[in-house]
Design a protein around this ligand. Structure first.
Ligand code: SAM
Length: 367
C-alpha cells in the first residue's frame, strides 16, 4: 500500500474541526461519522483532536478504505471502517450498535486518489478506460452509460447533472461515434465533447469536457439519489447538540444540502401562535450563514478547494426550541407595540436585527 498522505489536503479542515468540536469534545465517549472517509485526512484530525471520540468511517471505494485503514492504524481501538454507500448509514449504525451519533461529516465528490488514478477514468485530462465507479465491485460503468443510453437519456444526464448547455449536441456526437466504434476511453470521449462545443464557447468555463465528466460520474454512482436519502438519515441520528458539516463541490449537491437543512431549521407551526406546538418547532439551527466559501489562502494552497461550499447545523434541545419560539413571539409583540401610538418604548434596548432566542442564523441565499 503506497503512502498517499502528502497527496491529499483535507478541504476546510480547520473550519470543520472548529464546527465539530463543541459536539465531539463533550464529556464522555462521543461518536463521529465520516460519511466520505476517502484518504481519512479529516478523520485523522478528528481522532487526534478528540481522544474520547469513536469514529465510524464509510466509503464505497475499497481502495480508499484500504489507504484509510493504514493511515488510521494507530487509532485501531476506536475506529470502525465500513465499505458502504452513505445512504446505508442507519443499517451500519444498527449493526455496530450505535443508536445515535454526535458528529457527522460529508466531504462530497471524488477523492484525489480517484481523480489521479490513471486507470479509473474520472479525469478528462488523462486517457483511461471509461469506468468512473467509486465502488469498482458493483454497478454500471461510464462506458456502459455512454454506449447504451438513448439520445434523450444521455442528453438529460448531461443537462441535469452537468448543467451542460450543449447536452443535445454532445449526445448526438456520442450516438454517431458509437455507431462507428464503441467508445471505451476517456480521451476519446473528451475529444468528442470538445468537437461538439462551438469554438467560442470552448474558450470559457474551463475544460470543455468538465461538465460531461461530472454528469457521467454522478449518473454512474447515483450520487444525488444517495445524498438525498443520506442527509435526512444522518440528521435523524444526531443527538441534541450533535453537529453535521457538509462540504459540497457543485450546485446540485449544495442545493440538496440546503434543502435538507432548511426543512429542519424552520418552524412548521402556525406563525402567530405564541408557543410552539409539540413536534412543530425547528429541530436544528444553522451554524453557517448561507454557504461558506474557502478563503484565498486555502484555494492557493489547495486548488481542489476552489469550488467548495460548506453548510453546517446543530440539533436543538426541543425544550430550548419551544422556548425560543416563545421569546421570538414576545419580541415580535414588543416591536409591534413600539410602532403603535402610545404604547411601548423605542429605546427598549433590543434592535430588530437580532431576535432573542432565535437560535438559527438567517439563511442567506446559497451561492
Ligand atoms: C472528497 S473524498 C473525501 C476525502 C476525505 N475527507 C479526506 O480527508 O481524505 C470523497 C470520498 O467519498 C467517497 N464517496 C463518495 N460518494 C459516496 C457515497 N455515496 N457513499 C460512500 N462514500 C462515498 C468517495 O469514494 C471518496 O473516497
Amino acid at each position: 500500500m503506497g503512502e498517499l498522505r502528502g497527496t491529499h489536503v483535507p478541504v476546510l479542515l480547520e473550519r470543520c474541526l472548529e464546527l465539530l468540536a463543541p459536539a465531539l469534545g463533550r464529556t464522555g465517549r462521543t461518536v463521529h461519522v465520516d460519511a466520505t472517509l476517502g484518504l481519512a485526512g479529516h478523520a485523522e484530525a478528528v481522532l487526534e483532536a478528540h481522544p474520547n471520540t469513536v469514529l465510524i468511517g464509510l466509503d464505497r471505494d475499497t481502495e480508499a478504505l484500504a489507504h484509510a485503514r493504514t493511515r488510521l492504524a494507530r487509532f485501531a481501538d476506536r475506529i470502525h471502517l465500513e465499505h458502504a454507500v452513505y445512504d446505508e448509514l442507519p443499517e451500519v449504525l444498527d449493526r455496530l450498535g450505535y443508536p445515535a451519533i454526535d458528529g457527522v461529516l460529508f466531504d462530497l465528490g471524488v477523492s484525489s486518489l480517484q481523480l489521479d488514478a490513471p486507470d479509473r477514468g474520472f479525469a478528462y485530462a488523462q486517457d483511461a478506460p471509461l469506468d468512473m465507479r467509486m465502488d469498482q465491485t458493483r454497478g454500471v460503468t461510464a462506458e456502459e452509460v455512454v454506449n447504451t443510453y438513448s439520445h434523450p437519456e444521455l442528453a438529460r444526464v448531461l443537462r441535469v447533472y452537468g448543467e451542460e448547455k450543449f447536452a443535445g449536441r454532445i449526445a448526438s456526437a456520442i450516438i454517431r461515434e458509437r455507431e462507428r466504434a464503441r467508445i471505451t476511453s476517456s480521451a476519446r470521449l473528451a475529444e468528442l465533447v470538445r468537437e461538439s462545443i462551438p469554438a467560442p464557447a470552448r474558450r470559457t468555463g474551463g475544460h470543455p469536457a468538465k461538465r460531461t465528466f461530472q454528469a457521467l460520474r454522478i449518473e454512474v454512482n447515483r450520487e444525488l439519489a444517495a445524498l438525498e436519502t443520506a442527509l435526512p438519515a444522518a440528521l435523524d441520528k444526531l443527538t441534541v447538540g450533535g453537529r453535521m458539516v457538509v462540504l459540497s463541490y457543485h450546485s446540485l449537491e449544495d442545493r440538496l444540502t440546503k434543502q435538507a437543512l432548511a426543512d429542519r431549521v424552520r418552524s412548521k407551526g402556525p406563525v402567530d401562535l405564541p408557543v410552539e406546538l409539540p413536534g412543530s418547532g425547528p429541530t436544528f439551527r444553522l451554524l453557517s450563514r448561507g454557504a461558506e466559501l474557502p478563503g484565498e489562502a486555502e484555494v492557493a494552497a489547495n486548488p481542489r478547494a476552489a469550488s467548495v461550499r460548506l453548510r453546517a447545523a446543530e440539533r436543538l434541545d426541543p425544550e430550548a426550541a419551544r422556548q425560543g419560539r416563545t421569546d421570538r413571539e414576545r419580541y415580535r409583540r414588543r416591536v409591534k407595540a413600539m410602532h403603535q401610538p402610545g404604547t411601548g418604548s423605542p429605546g427598549s434596548g433590543e434592535g430588530p436585527g437580532a431576535a432573542p432566542g432565535d437560535g438559527t442564523d438567517e439563511e442567506g441565499e446559497g451561492t
